[in-house]
Design a protein around this ligand. Structure first.
Ligand code: ADP
Length: 492
């Protein structure tokens, strides 16, 4: 099958969060299964082009009609971990993708509308059409109404919602910039926002116009049919049930592999003893990585469990609980570290103040940067990983941590429900459990799950080790999810 993925992120060259990982991992699995896959992203100035093999300029004057003017983009092709990647360098004078960031500009709507229109125009100057166009999130959502409007022999469209919170609300005039007439598209049946009727909604446009819609976990797929999670789109999502489902994300098992991870200073496996002649990667090496992590973050080397969290510091991730958890984890005998960045100035300031306050603390470390290598060391070196999210479409950190033998402590919401099963409270047999789960979005509930985990680590080290090994054997690879996506591609 010929599949094109269109997105604003692709790990590891242009990644902010899980979207980049998913586009990368799913595409690699589709490629392994023998399909033709191409990924189209903007050519951001922050991309380290050394990481792209054979990067070549393949077209210098690819036209894009925007606001009734024609601009000329430059098209680049190359390979990222054997994936065919197309980068569109915007020929628009506003330097749309040379801003030192992926998101966070005042004109993000215009930037991604331009990108979407560029893809549309690029596709139709190419002779080779894909069978499937897989559209991800609001940034490329405008492609769905554009293709629907064109009609005729166009690719079938699958639209994936990675997070319903971000919908790409824009002015109706902005739709006109890409040729979607206000009279036709700015209507309640099409792209008019249901909560803010003066705004147009790009995500809504894709939900309505795509051939099929998915989101990133079965539980989130149910949650967003209800008002508390639906962000105003729950009635619409309920209405499209016949072309909608949730598929739990996977993680790339080659990229995230504790036995070979090139970003780690040492390697380990779930094996406790290695037979003669085999390479010495045993579970005990995980302890070595814990030491390295502590050295790097200047945490004290003592007999305490190390609990980490890696996330965008936004309300969704339960950041309101972190301040309290710092004190309670230390009081319960643990150490706590955070790796994250915040796009929200007040949260950013709050965490910088915490970083300053705990600068020389032996048991707390706060790192407010994007650091891929440190993230890998945290997954490998910690004993536990906390994800106390208020809502979570899928969440990848709990899956990555399990792969590295780090036990997740999560709130029961969205994809966290579909991937973490409590060792004590779930109704599953013990062999089908892998972590600690709490229900209520409160510090007290979070504390009680932390306490249960920390006590098991101290009081039942053998049970803990079994839990670690069980977690490492879990299958969160793209193997099954990619097959589910393929079924949908085939169906449409
Ligand atoms: P979301 O997509 O909502 O941000 P996910 O849990 O789905 O959350 O994915 C987060 C991804 O981003 C993971 O791969 C995680 O390791 C990575 N990540 C988040 N923050 C950082 C950071 N500060 N440094 C490095 N990696 C990060």
């Amino acid at each position: 099958m010929r599949i094109i993925q269109v997105a604003s992120e692709l790990a590891p060259i242009a990644k902010v969060g899980g979207l980049g990982d998913v586009v990368f991992g799913l595409s690699r699995e589709l490629l392994r299964l023998g399909h033709q896959v191409e990924i189209i992203i903007p050519k951001y100035d922050i991309i380290d082009t050394d990481k792209i093999e054979n990067l070549t300029c393949t077209q210098e004057n690819s036209p894009c009609v925007f606001e009734e003017k024609t601009y000329f983009n430059t098209i680049w092709n190359g390979k990222v971990n054997s994936l065919n990647v197309t980068l569109i360098e915007a020929g628009h004078p506003w330097q749309l993708f040379n801003r030192g960031c992926i998101y966070g500009c005042q004109d993000d709507n215009v930037r991604f509308l331009y990108f979407s229109k560029s893809i549309f125009d690029y596709l139709f100057t190419q002779k080779r059409q894909p069978q499937i166009l897989h559209i991800h999130d609001w940034q490329t959502a405008a492609l769905a109404p554009l293709l629907r409007k064109k009609g005729g022999r166009t690719p079938k469209m699958l639209f994936t919602i990675h997070n319903l919170k971000y919908q790409g609300r824009c002015s109706p005039e902005e739709l006109e910039k890409i040729g979607l007439e206000k009279e036709e598209y700015f209507t309640p049946e099409n792209m008019q926002d249901s909560l803010f009727p003066e705004a147009a909604n790009l995500l809504k446009g894709a939900i309505i116009n795509a051939d099929f819609v998915t989101t990133v976990s079965p539980t989130y797929a149910e949650e967003i049919k209800t008002p508390p999670f639906g962000e105003g789109l729950d009635p619409l999502i309920k209405n499209i049930s016949s072309k909608f489902c949730g598929i739990l994300n996977g993680i790339d098992y080659e990229y995230w592999n504790p036995e070979t991870d090139p970003l780690l200073p040492g390697h380990f496996s779930s094996k406790e003893k290695i037979k003669k002649g085999e390479h010495k990667k045993t579970l005990s090496n995980k302890g070595l990585l814990k030491r390295k992590l502590r050295e790097r973050l200047r945490l004290e080397e003592v007999h305490r469990p190390l609990i980490g969290t890696i996330c965008r510091l936004v309300p969704q991730k339960g950041v309101e609980f972190f301040r309290h958890a710092m004190d309670s984890i230390v009081a319960m005998g643990g150490q706590f570290l955070i790796l994250g960045t915040s796009p929200i100035p007040s949260i950013d300031a709050e965490f910088h103040a915490l970083q300053y306050h705990f600068a020389n603390h032996p048991h707390i470390a706060v790192t407010l940067q994007n650091q891929e290598d440190l993230a890998h060391l945290i997954y490998a070196g910690c004993d536990m990983l906390a994800a106390p999210s208020l809502f979570e479409p899928c969440g990848l950190t709990q899956m990555i941590s399990l792969r590295y033998g780090t036990i997740p402590i999560v709130r029961a919401t969205g994809g966290l429900c579909d991937s973490v099963y409590d060792v004590e409270t779930s109704k599953k047999p013990i062999e089908e459990t892998n972590g600690f789960v709490f229900q209520e979005a409160t510090s007290a509930a979070f504390d009680s799950a932390l306490y249960r985990a920390i006590r098991m680590w101290y009081d039942h080290p053998d049970t803990w080790k079994e839990l670690v090994i069980r977690g490492m054997h879990w299958d969160f690879s793209w193997n099954n999810p990619a097959k589910e996506y393929l079924k949908i591609y085939q169906k449409i």
